[in-house]
Ligand binder design. Structure first.
Ligand code: SF4
Length: 268
């Protein structure tokens, strides 16, 4: 699989994130709906009827979400292009398979990211094997996906990701502080040198990271909602996702890895 296969391709998806997932009315979603209930803004052709006005209509969460390519995989591979409207008998199985596929695709994203130049043997081979194994799981049929113990697989892969992350950060000297899981909500980190810092699972909600240097910082699971990344350097950040970037603020001066896009809602 290519990196492009690990990014949402809404044109080949049956609007699964707009149907399968539950929403609670909040600052991210203007309405409440149950899992399996189509969003009222979803058109018959599975396009969003308010795509260009999502933020102004109170659906900020929709501009942040990324399925890691699980939507098109579930639609076109698991269900062979049969959509839940034309074939309602597929609906519940499709909506149950989608979240599992998303977790698997997210793991594939991290496993691809883990293969930095810092990783040598035997870890490189172990990462490649884990990637192949995870990719094979994405090819399971719907009942097998539903029965899959994805948490156990995730835990196994996480051991490798942790080792690869340590190696990616190891070259930074002096050894930075470990801020794993740190509460950095609203922290003032403007122009901070955060190179190689372990920010795994850190809470960076609303943090001021303007101009910060986050090269080689490990960001898996870090909560960047509303973080100010204007002028920050994340070009070599480890385990950064489009979902995290979309949830943050940034500008033209923010440096991102080549695998990620600059969000359309970022201002200059
Ligand atoms: S508002 Fe649009 S993108 Fe968001 S869930 Fe509804 S149809 Fe999908």
């Amino acid at each position: 699989m290519e990196r492009a296969d690990l990014r949402a391709d809404c044109a080949n998806c049956f609007g699964l994130c707009c149907v399968a997932l539950p929403f609670a009315a909040s600052s991210d979603f203007a309405l409440t709906k149950d899992a399996g209930q189509p969003c009222p803004n979803l058109s018959q052709d599975f396009r969003c009827g308010i795509h260009s006005r999502l933020r102004e209509r109170g659906f900020t969460g929709c501009t942040v979400y990324d399925c890691f390519g699980a939507g098109q995989k579930t639609s076109q591979v698991t269900f062979g292009g049969r959509d839940w409207r034309a074939d309602p008998a597929t609906a519940s199985a499709m909506f149950a398979a989608f979240p599992v596929q998303r977790q698997l695709h997210e793991l594939l994203w991290y496993l691809a990211d883990a293969q930095t130049p810092a990783v040598g043997e035997p870890l490189r081979t172990e990462l490649a094997q884990a990637y192949a194994e995870t990719e094979a799981l994405t090819g399971l049929d719907a009942p097998a996906l539903r029965a899959l113990d994805v948490a156990a697989h995730r835990a196994k892969v996480n051991v490798l990701l942790t080792r690869a992350g340590e190696l990616a950060r190891a070259a930074v000297r002096p050894k930075p502080k470990d801020r794993r899981g740190a509460d950095l909500i609203g922290a003032r980190l403007r122009d901070a040198d955060l190179r190689g810092v372990n920010l795994r699972g850190a809470y960076l909600i609303g943090a001021d990271l303007r101009g910060a240097d986050l090269r080689r910082a490990e960001l898996i699971g870090a909560d960047l909602r509303g973080a100010d990344l204007r002028g920050a350097d994340l070009s070599e950040a480890v385990y950064l996702t489009q979902f995290q970037v979309n949830a943050a603020r940034g500008d033209r001066a923010t440096r991102l890895p080549a695998t990620l896009d600059r969000p359309a809602h970022w201002t200059d």
